[in-house]
Design a protein around this ligand. Structure first.
Ligand code: ZN
Length: 303
């Protein structure tokens, strides 16, 4: 609590003396999750400076701003974040960031609320894992283009051209994903993971999705949850369950043990990238690569 207050104090102090000017004339952009960082990099290219706060394997539900982050946030021209209460511990910082010249932009707020999956768990009342709907991610891209173009009109046509290229890539991704999933029989489309990040994925591609820890990783799975889910896996003859890169794997291993102790063999089907991308420089280190990697991993393990 004390540290939290200190960060807010630093924030207020920095806000009152923020007279920095840009060294290279480029917009300074701060992003939260690695999915959003990758998206903004696709649109902004070399015309922006980008500072992604959350790297590979970082859990956005639990992420707290460091003092270094606060400095980056204060000095940013634009801040893009997911919103819908995904970045649960950063909300307060973002609320304090608002000013006449700068508004942190919650990309998730661009989506028509009537199409979102409801959730009692989050203060937003919606499931925030919206990037697993490619159509929503396209909306994110359009919003980012609009914001960058408004702030940096001289590069507007560059941003627009990048948007067009990226939207085409997302369209290709969507077609590939659908084709791969069609090879998996419908009765095998049951996705059991560490936490409920894949509800939008499930809704779009016909999977029943069960997360051991519920929607957020902020609550631990109990013994009863493990036993209930073990029974479900046996009843439905599920072949594999999945670890997530940003959630400790012990919960899924406990689930596997519970299932196997009852005489049903369930495998760990691999690691999925849910709330963070893979390491920079790998295929899973981009949104498109991550999506394809997840789909291939899921389909191969459940076939
Ligand atoms: Zn999550």
């Amino acid at each position: 609590m004390k540290k939290h207050l200190l960060i807010l104090l630093v924030l207020v102090t920095l806000l009152s003396c923020n007279t920095n000017k840009k060294e290279n004339g480029k917009l300074d952009i701060v992003t939260t999750t690695s999915m959003i960082t990758d998206l903004v990099r696709n649109i902004g290219g070399d015309s922006i400076n980008i500072n992604g706060l959350m790297g590979s394997g970082v859990d956005p539900h639990l992420y707290k701003a460091s003092e270094g982050d606060v400095t980056k946030l204060v000095n940013a021209d634009v801040i893009f974040y997911n919103g819908l209460h995904l970045e649960g511990k950063l909300v307060e910082v973002f609320e304090k960031m608002g000013s006449k010249t700068k508004t942190p932009i919650a990309l998730g707020e661009e989506i028509d609320k009537a199409t979102l999956i409801g959730s009692d768990y989050f203060a937003s009342n919606y499931d925030p894992h919206v990037w697993f709907n490619i159509a929503y991610f396209k909306q994110f891209a359009k919003k980012v283009t609009a914001v960058l173009s408004a702030k940096d009109a001289k590069n507007a046509s560059f941003y627009k051209a990048n948007e067009t290229t990226f939207l085409e890539k997302l369209e290709t991704l969507q077609k590939k994903v659908i084709a791969t999933i069609q090879t998996l029989p419908e009765d095998k489309r049951i996705l059991v993971t560490a936490h409920d990040a894949f509800n939008y994925f499930g809704k779009n591609y016909g999977f029943e999705v069960v997360g051991l820890q519920g929607l957020s990783t902020a609550t631990e799975a109990g013994v009863k949850d493990v036993q209930n889910l073990a029974k479900f896996i046996i009843d439905k003859k599920v072949k594999a369950v999945f670890i997530e890169s940003s959630v400790p794997k012990r919960t899924i291993e406990a689930l596997q043990e519970a299932v196997n102790s009852k005489g049903h063999d369930v495998k760990i089907g691999g690691t999925l990238y849910s709330d963070a991308l893979g390491s920079a420089g790998t295929i899973e280190g981009t949104y498109i690569g991550m999506f394809e990697y997840n789909v291939n991993t899921i389909v191969n393990a459940l076939k």
